[in-house]
Design a binder for this molecule. Structure first.
Ligand code: ADP
Ligand code: MG
Length: 574
């Protein structure tokens, strides 16, 4: 390892030279408090900025050991450090001048959710922070005096300010760690007490606007109906009360604009922890919950959708159903079967974003169109079996069909943003509005054996004339926010996977898929094998195994297992 003085000398030597000379800086440098590592140097001042990381020993940082010895404290501390470092470098960004991205200093920007990110990693030994710097140039000529400012003035100050325990707001940090432990406690409590979700009294569910994930100002705070109110004793905060949604089938009804979807949205994000002040800190759902919706046009491959769709007029079998362009109902059927495979124990469904003919078939329609003429067994006829035979609960928002009252265990009416338990009243009325006693076919948990393949035609490199060279293509990843990514020439559309909440999760999914098609496609591995292996590697090794060029890069955030499976399932494989 070189000293910081050697780095300074090197900087002086390459000043005014051509930009690629910056590459000679790759390496590690010892600063008094930390090690600075220059991992990758950009090719020119307009290219994606250079990758760096800083490692500081715990002895120097000084965080109490119980803040990082185990989860969930560790992730909470990592998240806290990224946010602090973000604020600290922001004021220095572009203070060093030059062309293109010269002078940029950036680290992951975190939203309302707390996610494990490659930007910060705390090991038993040290704190590692990964970030980007635009190496300064005038035109394409190195301006190393400006880089010297960044490396010798700005970064040491940012480290001092953001990464040392001594300069933290200790109360705020303690609260974050304790909140994380309380949130984990609630999630654990749900599983042990037959609950699907918890929404604390006083929670603020609506967001400021369609484009802001911050809490709405002056919103009506959540208040549980007495009959559903439970109290949980948290290790740090003490007693907390709120609505406990029991396992089983829960129906959320109410007039338009009364806050039904807002409640469901909060629950679907309740698989993640939220920062203090978010309003949803204590809105916690089963961590395997999956939001399911119709996805017109999606790709489906070899999925056994027969529990929902059977006897197609074409005679096409549906126990291994494939389509390039699914309809609303087939996409939703496939989504549910895939979510079962992905180990979900809670389905979240909003009638607004569902295919009507998939959800329910009313009595009149049943009388006019005989069962044998209808390939679709609607969700309403399967929800009971899903819970009783597969242990999967459903929380369903419905505004138009009363048929759901018959199958629900709990019925919550949203009335001016206030939930009311109307289970008894609605159940009493069920007798007056019977639904037909049609029995669906036998329920069995589908067993898919879907082989993971890759799109060979796409991954063969083509020459200038568009002819195949027979050589595999170098797979490039390009991320498009939380909507999609491209891998090579294929766009993987995940815009309807609503629980992907951060573009860094999308980036991680893209790199995971790339890893899978590079390493796991052998004609034997199933899609589930791939998902399991990717998830296990992530859990055991963090983001390191995705490293290319020998270093872990910043810019990835942890997706859940369910989203990894959703991604693999939507990749057009072959
Ligand atoms: P629904 O699904 O019942 O039609 P939404 O959940 O979409 O209704 O909510 C309708 C509107 O009311 C949204 O603009 C939402 O931001 C707002 N809203 C929801 N909950 C609250 C609340 N607790 N306080 C204030 N406004 C709310
Ligand atoms: Mg709605």
């Amino acid at each position: 390892m070189k000293t910081k003085e050697q780095l300074r000398d090197m900087l002086h030597q390459i000043d005014h030279r051509s930009y690629p000379q910056y590459k000679s800086l790759r390496g590690e440098y010892r600063f008094p408090q930390y090690t600075l590592s220059i991992d990758h140097v950009q090719g020119d001042p307009f290219a994606a900025p250079s990758h760096l990381h800083i490692r500081i020993e715990h002895r120097v940082c000084g965080f109490p050991e119980n803040y990082y010895a185990q989860e969930p404290a560790r992730t909470a501390l990592e998240d806290h450090l990224i946010r602090g470092f973000y604020e600290a470098v922001r004021q220095f960004s572009f203070q060093a001048k030059g062309s293109g991205k010269s002078g940029l200093i950036s680290v992951s920007s975190c939203g309302q959710e707390i996610l494990k990110r490659s930007a910060c990693e705390i090991t038993d030994k040290e704190v590692i922070i990964r970030f980007h710097v635009g190496f300064p140039a005038n035109g394409r000529t190195i301006n190393s005096a400006e880089l010297e400012k960044i490396l010798f003035t700005f970064l040491p100050q940012a480290v001092q300010k953001a990464l040392l325990f001594s300069s933290q707001n200790k109360e705020a940090l303690k609260r974050r760690i304790e909140l994380a432990e309380d949130q984990a406690f609630i999630r654990d409590y749900l599983g042990k007490n037959d609950l699907a979700a918890f929404v604390a009294d006083g929670a603020i569910l609506p967001r400021a606007s369609g484009v802001s994930d911050k809490p709405m100002k002056n919103a009506v705070a959540f208040s549980s109906p007495d009959s559903l109110r439970i109290k949980i004793n948290l290790p740090h905060k003490g007693g907390i009360s709120g609505m406990g949604i029991r396992s089983g089938i829960t129906l959320i009804v109410g007039g338009g604009y009364h806050g039904k979807s807002t409640l469901l949205d909060a629950l679907q994000m309740g698989v993640y922890d939220h920062v203090p002040g978010d309003g949803r800190e204590y809105v916690i759902a089963d961590g395997t919950a999956v939001k399911l919706r119709s996805e017109d046009g999606r790709y489906v491959r070899d999925v056994d959708v027969s529990m929902f769709i059977n006897h197609l007029p074409s005679g096409k079998k549906t126990d291994s159903f494939s389509t390039e362009d699914a309809s609303g109902s087939t996409s939703q059927a496939a989504g549910i079967v895939e979510a079962i495979e992905a180990g979900s124990r809670l389905f979240l469904i909003d009638e607004d974003t569902s295919a009507t003919n998939f959800m329910v078939r009313d009595a009149f329609m049943q009388r006019v169109i005989a069962r044998e003429k209808e390939p679709i067994t609607p969700f309403i006829e399967r929800a009971g079996d899903l819970f009783e035979k597969a242990g999967i609960s459903t929380i369903l928002v419905a505004g138009s069909s009363g048929a759901f009252f018959h199958i629900a265990d709990t019925i919550i009416q949203m009335d001016n943003y206030v939930p009311v338990d109307i289970t008894e009243r609605a159940k009493a009325l069920c007798g007056e509005y019977p639904i037909s006693k049609e029995k669906p076919g036998e329920f069995a948990i589908p067993h898919n054996r879907r082989i993971m393949t890759k799109d060979e035609t796409v991954h063969i490199r083509r020459n200038y004339y568009g002819k195949s060279t027979g050589e595999p293509e170098k797979l490039k990843v390009k991320v498009n926010g939380t909507d999609s990514f491209s891998l090579g020439r294929q766009d993987v559309d995940l815009r309807y996977i609503e629980q992907i909440t951060d573009s860094e999760q999308m980036a991680a999914l893209a790199h995971l898929l790339k890893y899978a098609v590079t390493n796991y496609v052998d004609g034997k591995n199933t899609v589930k094998d791939c998902g399991d292996r990717l998830y296990r590697l992530l859990k055991e090794k963090g983001f390191g195994f995705l490293a290319e060029g020998g270093y872990t890069f910043s810019g990835l955030a942890m997706p859940r297992y369910q989203e990894i499976m959703s991604c693999l399932n939507r990749y057009r494989r072959g």
